[in-house]
Design a protein around this ligand. Structure first.
Ligand SMILES: Nc1ncnc2c1ncn2[C@@H]1O[C@H](COP(=O)(O)OP(=O)(O)O)[C@@H](O)[C@H]1O
Ligand SMILES: [Mg+2]
Length: 253
């Protein structure tokens, strides 16, 4: 039987009078790539922020690996095995790419916010080697000694992905990982996402680019106006008239 690694059960979230999430239910199977698509303002990022403890829902339950995560701090949820790539990259611009990738490995080991970033970073050979290896996989090895702040927006996003990978999360949440990337970089990211899949890491990917979605997803859920309106295999979603209507105003996926 398949194992559900993440379950969102009847979550509600309002901002003032705006109901951003309404009766939201979602089940993510372990080892799968689960894409979330939907129009702007549908509630996708809000859903993700609830899962990582950045936003408290008004009601409902989020279970990760059999444990309720609501009420936990973001760093506790991260320690439990969820990593996320944000819509806006969160990196250390004045440090090198290598240092950026090494920091989350130390944070995870020592406990977030309790580690001596600069004291440890330069001496740990194994972490350095792994960081270098990940940067190679991600295609940023030639810039590994450059300041992260000098990267293009697309490269910053891939750097942030590298910062997640070194934490070996059980579940990786990606909020529009290819936004702001040129086609060439998007294709590289698709290859990388496929490679991660071979390692068996579960992923929830919020994505606008249908080429990316249909290249990597095992399962697709469509979020519109704060609720899931359809869920199924890529073929089921492609052929679903309700989805085409809600998501693309009738255009074909
Ligand atoms: N912190 C916030 N305060 C007020 N409204 C918000 C906040 N975050 C999101 N919203 C609103 O909630 C709705 C869902 O937003 P969001 O989750 O960012 O959508 P998506 O990621 O699908 O584009 C939007 O109408 C947005 O304006
Ligand atoms: Mg969003």
């Amino acid at each position: 039987m398949s194992n559900i690694i993440l379950e969102i059960d009847n979550v509600q979230k309002s901002f003032g009078g705006l109901r951003a999430l309404k009766d939201l239910n979602l089940q993510v199977e372990e080892g799968k790539v689960h894409a979330i698509i939907g129009p702007n303002g549908a509630g996708k990022s809000t859903m993700l922020n609830v899962c990582i403890g950045r936003l408290a829902p008004d009601s409902g339950v989020v279970t990760f690996n059999g444990e309720n995560v609501l009420g936990k701090e973001p760093h506790e949820i991260n320690q439990a095995g969820i990593s996320r790539v944000f819509q806006t990259p969160e990196i250390f611009p004045d440090l090198s790419l290598l240092q950026n990738v090494m920091i989350p490995a130390f944070a995870k080991r020592e406990g977030a916010f309790k580690f001596n970033m600069f004291g440890n970073v330069c001496n740990e050979k194994a972490v350095l080697e792994e960081a270098s290896h990940i940067l190679h996989d991600i295609g940023l090895n030639e810039q590994e000694h450059d300041h992260a702040g000098s990267l293009s927006r697309g490269d910053k996003r891939r750097l942030e992905l590298a910062m997640c990978l070194i934490q070996h999360p059980k579940l990786l949440l990606l909020d529009e990982p290819t936004a702001g990337m040129a086609r060439h970089d998007t294709n590289r990211t698709i290859e990388l996402l496929k490679k991660i899949k071979e390692r068996g890491m579960t992923k929830v990917i919020i994505e606008h680019d249908m080429h990316v979605v249909f290249s990597v997803a095992d399962h697709i859920s469509v979020l519109a106006q704060g609720t899931i309106i359809a869920s199924g295999t890529p073929d089921e979603i492609r052929g679903n008239p309700k989805v085409q209507e809600a998501y693309l105003g009738g255009a074909h996926l």
